[in-house]
Design a protein around this ligand. Structure first.
Ligand code: FES
Ligand code: FES
Length: 416
């Protein structure tokens, strides 16, 4: 198997720290997938937990937490290491690459493409460890032969026993790149999304702020069919002219969207911002760009494109049209139509759930637009709004299940 050297002991250490009590935290700085991150960690936290829990990089899997299974293999200062065997505090100043840094869904690393082509993943649990281990192998030993691969790759265990496909994939890449496999394709400045205490932050930016270099300059919508189409019509109390005043003010408009905030106003009717969506245990923070592509005061119609990505590889793009027209009793009928494209972890929500979440966001948005039209400002939706979003979804799901159960019970009672 590939030799797992000790990357921590082989690099220059910073000055030793003072003793730290077990219940205290230590602030450490490291570079993770090209982004400098500072996290406050308990001294006994291992690196895999910190990557997963505090930086939201859940691609690093944990199997045994004893250095046996290899699921948690990452690169530390250019060498493969078991993240479960490293204390995070040992990694002050380290340069770390996780599977998220290897490639993106839109721009996969050759190893990722080969694993897919050769059916080298079944449940996928070992895949991050296999990818990082094979990446390390092909970097250090590009002339590895097919005969040597079983032993060289034996440091990572696959509980699905999918070894044939895995070895075929690694051999394919070894043949294609005899001079060494290409480097990681997804390392660069990006926002690392903290989830536990301490959190993480991008280089040179306060925690949660967006390094401008990480974000696109233009929104690019995919050409394929959307993951979900949302159309919500709401009746507002406010007259249409006042509603248009809100739609025409993008800053105010952004504050009406639950979990969203503007961070920068750019030229060309473009806006940078952040949106946070929590769904059960999954919390996603999207940094992105919105670009107004149509503003029609006469028709009270606004169209914008939006694009966002989170540190875990989820991405969302949307084509949104907001249209207001006079409604009953001097009010307004506000229609929101959105074609939503999802990729990465968020796409696993499925069409129905994604549509449901988007619909609830628009419903809350419409209520906030009404408030802003009446008062000129809006109560910050913030965390409470996200929680309401969750509770609403859960309540409806539970209600639907209960209704289905009752229906079945009644049908059974009616049976002779
Ligand atoms: S979880 Fe680290 S080697 Fe098994
Ligand atoms: S594919 Fe399931 S553990 Fe390897």
């Amino acid at each position: 198997m590939t030799a797992l050297s000790d990357p921590v002991s082989s690099r220059t250490h910073p000055a030793p720290r003072e003793r730290v009590a077990a219940d205290e935290t230590v602030e450490i700085a490291m570079t993770v997938n090209g982004t400098e991150a500072t996290v406050a960690v308990p001294p006994r936290a291992h690196l895999a937990d910190v990557l997963r829990e505090q930086l939201g990089l859940t691609g690093t899997h944990l199997g045994c937490e004893h250095g046996v299974c290899g699921m948690c293999t990452i690169m530390v200062d250019g060498q493969a290491a078991r993240a479960c065997l490293l204390f995070a505090v040992q990694c002050e100043g380290a340069d770390i690459v996780t599977v998220e840094g290897l490639g993106t869904p839109d721009d996969q690393h050759p190893l990722q493409r080969a694993f897919s082509a050769h059916h080298g993943l079944q449940c996928g649990f070992c895949t991050p460890g296999m990818l990082m281990s094979s990446y390390d192998l092909l970097r250090s030993t590009p002339d590895v032969t097919a005969e040597e691969l079983p032993e060289q790759m034996s440091g990572v265990l696959c509980r699905c026993t999918g070894y044939r496909g895995i070895l075929a994939a690694v051999d394919d890449v070894a043949q294609t790149y005899p001079d060494g496999v290409p480097g990681p394709k997804a390392c660069g400045h990006r926002t690392l999304v903290g989830r536990g205490s301490g959190g993480g932050s991008g280089a040179g930016a306060p925690a949660g702020e967006i390094p401008a270099a990480a974000l696109p300059e233009q929104v690019e919508l995919p050409s394929g069919p959307p993951s979900a189409v949302v159309e919500v019509t709401s009746t507002l109390r406010s007259p249409v002219d006042r509603v248009w005043t809100v739609l025409n003010d993008f800053d105010l408009l952004a504050r009406c969207l639950p979990g969203a905030r503007l961070t920068e106003v750019l030229d060309g009717d473009r806006y940078r911002g952040r949106a946070t969506v929590a769904l059960g245990p999954v919390k996603l923070s999207f940094d992105g760009l919105a670009q107004v592509v149509e503003r029609d005061p006469a028709a009270h119609r606004l169209r914008f494109h939006a694009q966002g990505a989170d540190a875990g590889g989820s991405a969302t793009r949307a084509d949104v049209v907001l249209a207001a027209e006079s409604g009953p009793d001097g009010g307004t009928v506000l229609t929101a139509h959105a074609d939503v494209h999802l990729t990465g972890r968020v796409a696993q929500f499925g069409r129905a759930l994604a549509g449901d979440v988007s619909r609830r966001m628009f419903e809350q948005f419409a209520a906030s637009v009404d408030e802003a039209a009446e008062t000129g400002s809006v109560t910050a939706p913030g965390r409470g709004a996200q929680l309401r979003l969750l509770l609403g979804t859960a309540r409806d799901t539970v209600g639907a299940l209960a209704r289905r159960g009752l229906g079945r019970l009644r049908a059974r009672l009616r049976r002779p």
